[in-house]
Design a protein around this ligand. Structure first.
Ligand code: NAP
Length: 301
């Protein structure tokens, strides 16, 4: 890999297997990487473990950029996953005040608690999951992960199945393409005429989102990608009981899960698919795309 990160100090706070692979990629590009909550990286002289964040400012090495995980934090700011068990990292005012104002913080998604703490300290927040290049590349392991669940749950092959994809953004379009490739009969629903036209061009049947309730077809599997309540009780009541619903939209998803349970319809909320289905690929995507984001953030300051 190119040594594009030469001389740049990057502090990586926790993560899962994706961030472990990302650390390797960033190190191969010449970055000086400091890790918190990771195991050692034998053979990588430019990856330095930081034993503890400690109570004092000097316990944090000077960092040009801080990277928190794609799986981000809970609502209190606690980083959701850390490779080494027992290490707690909280992205709160106490930690963020140790970085100079203007330091860029990269994180999958910044919940209000992190946004507020960062704003108070002048830390610039960049949500990596919303970067188009990362999101489109991540849609590949995401769609594969969703299809993997469908294959495990369905008593029929996806080939020849009636599959519905709701939402035709980055993940929805990739799902449509993969399902068509598997030989499924795919219908796609979205509110955007342009997205529906794209799905039609790809060979799917299309349904305007507002007309989903009137759709006559029954589906073996419904993949929801819309992060808003779309599969309401009223809509679910019209579905056969053996419809499988896989909701990949960010929490709380787009399905009335209580109604689905009441109606005996299996609905699965499936978060974090890239990290589960293909953590190494997902880590390499971060390792490939983050340097561009880091260099751009540093050049703006
Ligand atoms: P995206 O590119 O923004 O696409 C979202 C789709 O949902 C678009 O068709 C959008 O339509 C539609 N939509 C959004 N809000 C809507 C609303 N209120 N009513 C109707 N349609 C609406 O997002 P993406 O990258 O495909 O990601 C989709 C979701 O999956 C997100 O919630 C994302 O966080 C999540 N995700 C989950 C995983 C996982 O592992 N489970 C992985 C990646 C992403 P318009 O274009 O008309 O707004």
């Amino acid at each position: 890999m190119q040594a594009t990160l030469e001389g740049i100090r990057i502090l990586v706070l926790g993560g899962d297997q994706r961030e472990v692979e990302m650390v390797r990629c960033l190190a191969e590009q010449g970055g000086e990487i400091y890790t918190v909550g990771h195991r050692p990286y034998p053979g990588y002289a430019n990856v330095v473990p930081v034993e503890s964040l400690g109570p004092f400012p000097e316990a944090v090495p000077r960092a040009d950029a801080v990277v928190a995980p794609m799986s981000h934090t809970d609502s209190t700011g606690k980083v959701r996953s850390v490779p080494v068990e027992g290490v707690t990292i909280r992205l709160d005012g106490l930690l963020l005040q140790r970085f100079p104002p203007g330091t860029p913080l990269f994180i999958g998604k910044a919940l209000p608690v992190v946004k507020e703490a960062a704003a108070k300290r002048g830390i610039r927040v960049f949500e990596t999951a919303e970067d188009d290049e990362i999101a489109i590349l991540n849609s590949i392991p995401t769609a594969e992960g969703a299809i993997q669940i469908a294959m495990e749950e369905l008593p029929v092959t996806l080939h020849g199945s009636r599959s519905l994809v709701v939402g035709l953004g980055r993940c929805g379009l990739t799902l449509v393409r993969m399902l068509l490739g598997l030989g499924a009969k795919v219908a796609a629903a979205a509110r955007s005429r342009a997205q529906l036209a794209r799905a039609k061009e790809m060979g799917a049947d299309t349904i305007a989102l507002e007309a989903l309730g009137e759709a006559k077809a029954a589906f073996d599997v419904v993949f929801n990608t819309v992060p808003a309540l779309i599969l309401t009780r009223k809509l679910l009541e019209k579905m056969p009981k053996d419809t499988l619903i896989i909701d990949i939209a960010s929490s709380p998803g787009g399905v009335d899960f209580t109604a689905a349970a009441d109606l005996g319809i299996k609905a699965i909320l499936a978060p974090g698919l890239p990290g589960k289905a293909a953590p190494i690929t997902a880590g390499r995507i971060l390792g490939r795309c983050l340097p561009r984001m880091i260099l751009s953030a540093l050049s703006q300051h």
